[in-house]
Ligand binder design. Structure first.
Ligand code: BDR
Ligand code: CA
Length: 311
């Protein structure tokens, strides 16, 4: 089983990533760490705890950085994820407790103490991961891969150049992409192929488990805000593509290339400059996801929602 840590800012799509990972027999979820992104650190951490409690996912949840490392944080994303950061489902009173360790300490400790290598799966801004690498570089040799959602080789979603997770802490992203360990990048080019249309919500409503119910409650809200805010019929399920790749890498095409993060502070700040055509001779540091097998992806989602307790 591949050992993973999910570092996230839930977030509807982060929540689905957690759901796909936690019960899959190929993966061992060692813990969940949180970072400010879609909402404040307090809110996304509460959301992570609620998801775990609701689905009986018994792993530590550790709170991380409340702000980007260098620059002011981006505004939170109420328009997409609502006031709580995870609007839609009604959760029972929260009793699951936060782990007392800071996310950065948890990542360092867990990676160093693990018998096997660990895969990091960031689905939010990269502040915690960059801090962990800088604070304890010895973790690098025990990191298999960093499979992240962020960036784009085409256009951005917060500026014409930059995607939210990278823009939110571009200096942290710079540290991660240039850390010497392989990065697998699920950029918007790929994740905007994972569109959750009402037909998908209807399909998953036949999965009569706590996972199926949570998915439907989340996606009804998410699809509504996508339509209201952007006029789109299907909401892009960005973050779960990371876990789908880990479960079955044949569900997408990836291409190896050199990627550099723009931290110039100019109009392309936060852009992932992906050398798709291998124009430079710099060593390849990333596998960039290009094309999703959409049918396989939704089969993976359905299979893994079925693994939860029956309603
Ligand atoms: C990313 O930003 C967040 O809104 C999503 O959770 C995803 O991680 C997409 O740009
Ligand atoms: Ca996210």
């Amino acid at each position: 089983r591949r050992k993973i840590i999910i570092d996230c800012d839930p977030g509807h799509d982060d929540a689905v990533a957690i759901m796909l990972a936690a019960r899959n027999p190929k993966l061992e979820l060692l813990g969940i760490t949180t970072v400010r992104g879609n909402q404040t650190l307090e809110k996304v951490t509460r959301n992570a705890l609620n998801i775990c409690q609701y689905l009986n996912i018994d792993v530590p949840v550790c709170k991380g950085l409340a702000d980007a490392i260098v620059r002011p944080s981006l505004p939170t994303e109420e328009r997409v994820h609502g006031d709580s950061g995870l609007d839609g489902p009604i959760f029972p009173p929260l009793t699951k407790e936060l782990d007392s360790r800071h996310a950065v300490d948890f990542i360092i400790e867990t990676v160093l103490n693990s018998d096997d290598n660990v895969t990091l799966v960031p689905t939010g801004p990269l502040s915690n991961i960059a801090m962990a690498i800088k604070r304890e570089p010895r973790i690098l040799e025990k990191i298999d891969e960093i499979v992240l959602m962020g960036g784009s080789y085409q256009h951005g979603n917060v500026t014409p150049a930059a995607e939210f997770n990278i823009m939110a802490d571009a200096e942290a992203a710079y540290v991660v992409f240039h850390c010497g360990r392989p990065v697998v990048m699920m950029g918007l080019d790929l994740t905007r192929q994972a569109l959750c249309y009402p037909e998908i919500v209807e399909r998953m409503s036949h999965v009569k488990t706590t996972g199926g119910k949570l998915f439907v409650d989340l996606m009804k809200f998410f699809c509504m805000t996508q339509k209201r805010t952007f006029g789109w019929e299907g909401g892009p399920l960005h973050d779960p593509t990371t876990i789908a790749y880990l479960i079955d890498p044949t569900c997408m095409e990836v291409k190896e290339m050199y990627t550099e993060i723009d931290i110039s502070g100019g109009c392309s700040h936060g852009r992932t400059n992906c050398d798709v055509f291998h124009l430079s001779d710099k060593p390849m540091n990333s596998k960039v996801a290009m094309k999703l097998d959409v049918e396989k992806f939704w089969d993976i989602v359905e299979d893994n929602l079925k693994r939860y307790d029956s309603l």
